[in-house]
Design a protein around this ligand. Structure first.
Ligand code: HPA
Length: 247
């Protein structure tokens, strides 16, 4: 990504310190954050999701465009494709999913009718179209705890439940963004068919290899999307936390 005026900064949050990069992309201020850290050092179940999302909000971010490697459990999605999830099924086990833990912070049962912002997804679709890239809008993302891959029996269960894609990071990221009134969309990069769909065992190297191949396209889509989007939030994301209204 061609960030200008690029600089690494340190942001303190109640959940820990985060070190994102800020800069300008197509003349807009953006924050770049690598959730796994350099060299993919932090596994998905140990990512400090609350610190990351809090830091983004503290920096004034309103819209988050995430990327995520996913396996496909659906005949509609294949390795090498890009997909925008619009729903999720949560199978994580050990992650704190809220900023609202009672007491002074209060309690919030945040609305999840539309977890992934449809306006941001629309902009990503428009950007992809302008670039001549195909990207599919709408899929159900199953979030597993990881870091292991799934068993074929789990994948069959997820298929029965209506899952399309499987990954390890979207929850609680999407939930926490919503709790702070930020728009969130994620570009799912289909790196593999899920466990048991082909007879080949899954490897992390295979996932990383496919991500690298898709990364060039995704970077172009992000740049184009940021050029197209406006700072205003005309969707319902900004008011999702209205009940407590602290942020
Ligand atoms: N399962 C879970 N997470 C993943 C996969 C998968 O098959 N591929 C990429 N991330």
């Amino acid at each position: 990504m061609t960030l200008t005026e690029k600089r690494a900064i340190t942001v303190e949050t109640p959940y820990g310190t985060v070190e994102p990069v800020v800069g300008k992309l197509t003349n807009r201020e953006i924050v770049f954050m690598s959730r796994h850290g350099g060299c993919h050092a932090t596994p998905p179940h140990l990512v400090n999701y609350r610190a990351n999302i809090w830091a983004l909000r503290k920096l004034g971010v309103r819209k988050i465009l995430a990327t995520a490697a996913v396996g496909s459990l659906s005949p509609n999605f294949h390795s090498g494709e890009l997909v925008l999830p619009d729903q999720f099924l949560d199978f994580t086990k050990s992650r704190t999913q809220t900023f609202y833990e009672g007491g002074e912070q209060g309690v919030l049962h945040v609305d999840m009718t539309e977890p992934y912002c449809s306006d941001v997804r629309r902009v990503i679709m428009d950007a992809s179209e302008q670039l001549g890239f195909v990207i599919k809008n709408g899929a159900c993302y199953v979030c597993t705890e990881g870091p292991r891959f799934e068993t074929p029996a789990e994948i069959r269960m997820f298929q029965h439940l209506g899952g399309d894609l499987v990954g390890m990071t979207s929850v609680p990221e999407v939930v926490l963004a919503r709790e702070l009134g930020m728009c969130y969309a994620s570009i799912g990069m289909v790196t593999n068919e899920a466990a048991g769909i082909t007879s080949q065992p899954l490897t992390h190297a295979e996932v990383m290899e496919s991500m690298k191949a898709l990364g060039v396209k995704v970077t172009k889509i992000i740049e184009e999307s940021i050029g197209l989007w406006t700072p205003d939030q005309n969707c319902r994301c900004a008011s999702a936390n209205r009940e407590v209204g602290k942020f």
